[in-house]
Design a binder for this molecule. Sequence first.
Ligand code: ZN
Ligand code: ZN
Length: 386
Amino acid sequence: MGESRKCRAAVLRAVGAQWQIEELTVDPPVAGEVVVQWKVAGLCHSDEHFVTGDMVPPAEMLEAAGMPPFFPVIAGHEGSGIVVEVGPGVTSVAVGDHVSASFIPSCGRCRYCSSGRQNLCDAGAGAMQNGQIVDGATRHWLNGEPVKLMAKVGTFAEYTCVAEASVIKVDADLPLDAVALVSCGVATGWGSATKRADVRPGDTVVVVGIGGIGINAVQGAAMAGAKRVIAVDPVEFKREKAMEMGATHTFASMEEAFPMVTELTWGQMADKVIMTPGVLYGDMMQLGTALAGKGGTIVVTAIAPITQTESSVNLFELAMYNKEIKGTIFGSLNPRSDIPNLLSLYREGQLKLDELITRRYTLDQINEGYEAMRQGENIRGVIVYE
Ligand SMILES: [Zn+2]
Ligand SMILES: [Zn+2]
């Protein structure tokens, strides 16, 4: 068995806190695990939900369930890196292989994996809890204190020990920043349009919220042959970016889009609506569902506050207009086939990835990177490790 490694990691210790750079000790892998040296990590909005608290279970809830406190946490679930150590029994990757993170692990054997729904793999249970996928034990420590990894991946650290199920081998000649993007935002957005919404040639598609996910829903809808791709975002720079990535029309708000979609479609409204704002509040669903016409599909991709249980939807119209509302995680894609597929589309010049990166940061600049995201200045910021 190898030895523990010491490295640097960005740690969050409370809701509303800043990310702090601390020394992390990573224990060696056991059977079914690998240690990855991360090279690029995406600053995804999902990690920001720990800072805002939208994705943090209330302390009383954890205590009542007899669970340990949520913090500290090392976030980062979008990333690419190089395998530096493998535990016994690992067969899909070897030392030196380039890998994409897969925040949705895929065991390949459970009911969901084996029926083409790897995004629902049973090994993903407890993604926000402590311990490793393979044995529930702790292998990451801050000065002797156990620390959890977001989605049991933790790309905001130089090294982490992860399950073989959480990494996917990729071709070594692909740029690692492109690989990192595909591991979450690109796949989630593209799959929301092409798979979950099932955009067809000639469809009218509305994408609400143009961040790292929405921009790829725009790209996916255009690739799937949508006749109109209508991007909605309050930030002008994001609307311009959407036009470069395949949007045909842009609006600053759903209120502004509604009469124009009515006019453009001669009252038929959109075939598909993809909801991917920074945070999805329940009252946004009223206009979100109204933007879809008869037989329309509304895909809910964004993260909503974890304790929110109310949402406004006109149920009369939902039934009488035969509409459907669908949730999705990872764009309902299969990481093991779709991550390589998206990268092959990039290699052939069909999928735009380089254009998505607005800025690159060092690990020490992580707070600066997130501040730029909050200000709407980034489509995607990435950390590039030295
Ligand atoms: Zn993400
Ligand atoms: Zn599985």
